[in-house]
Write a new protein. Structure first.
Length: 183
């Protein structure tokens, strides 16, 4: 795993306290952003980074690598909920949705094998709830992530900020389910 520079603030105690931990994942076949938030009681960033899969090897080998790394994150941080971006397809780039679907499937499999519930979140909902703009740019997402989590600089690559946003929106929905249902 490669942790994005500046994306990991000081880590709170990892004692086995009953702290709910949420994993947000921005799936991709070359880069998968991830962010782990602890709920104490408000969402607090524990770790964020990017899993780099690369393009060497067959699709099945690359997906197996992604599975191993997501599985390790779920175990290491005792994840209780996973949030993952829903698949969206743009008519100009249908292949992107298909490839993203492979990565999403592996993430869902890893969570399912551990009995961890998964919430699918549309990207526009995540962007709106995180930045206030359902069509926020990558740089807006990065700046909001840096501000919200008090980072010294915006997380990079943008996949990390997207994963932070997914985790944050899921966490706030888990904290305030009645308010989230109204959105």
């Amino acid at each position: 795993m490669t942790i994005s520079p500046g994306a990991t603030p000081s880590v709170p105690s990892r004692s086995p306290a009953k702290v709910m931990r949420v994993l947000g994942v921005d799936p991709g076949l070359h880069r998968t952003g991830y962010a782990v938030l602890g709920m104490s009681p408000l969402p607090m960033l524990i770790e964020a980074g990017v899993i780099r899969i690369g393009s060497a090897g067959t699709l099945s080998v690359r997906l197996a690598d992604l599975h191993v790394q997501i599985d390790a994150i779920i175990d290491e941080f005792s994840i209780s909920h996973v949030g993952v971006e829903q698949i969206y397809a743009h008519y100009r780039h249908p292949r992107t949705a298909i490839l993203m679907g492979h990565a999403r499937g592996v993430i869902l499999l890893a969570a399912g094998q551990k009995g961890v519930p998964v919430t699918d979140l549309p990207s526009t909902l995540v962007k709106k709830n995180f930045t206030g703009n359902g069509h926020a740019t990558k740089s807006q997402m990065q700046r909001t992530a840096a501000s919200r989590f008090k980072l010294s600089k915006p997380p990079s690559p943008p996949d990390v900020a997207d994963a932070m946003a997914i985790a944050y929106v899921l966490a706030t929905r888990l904290i305030m389910p009645s308010r989230a249902a109204k959105r």
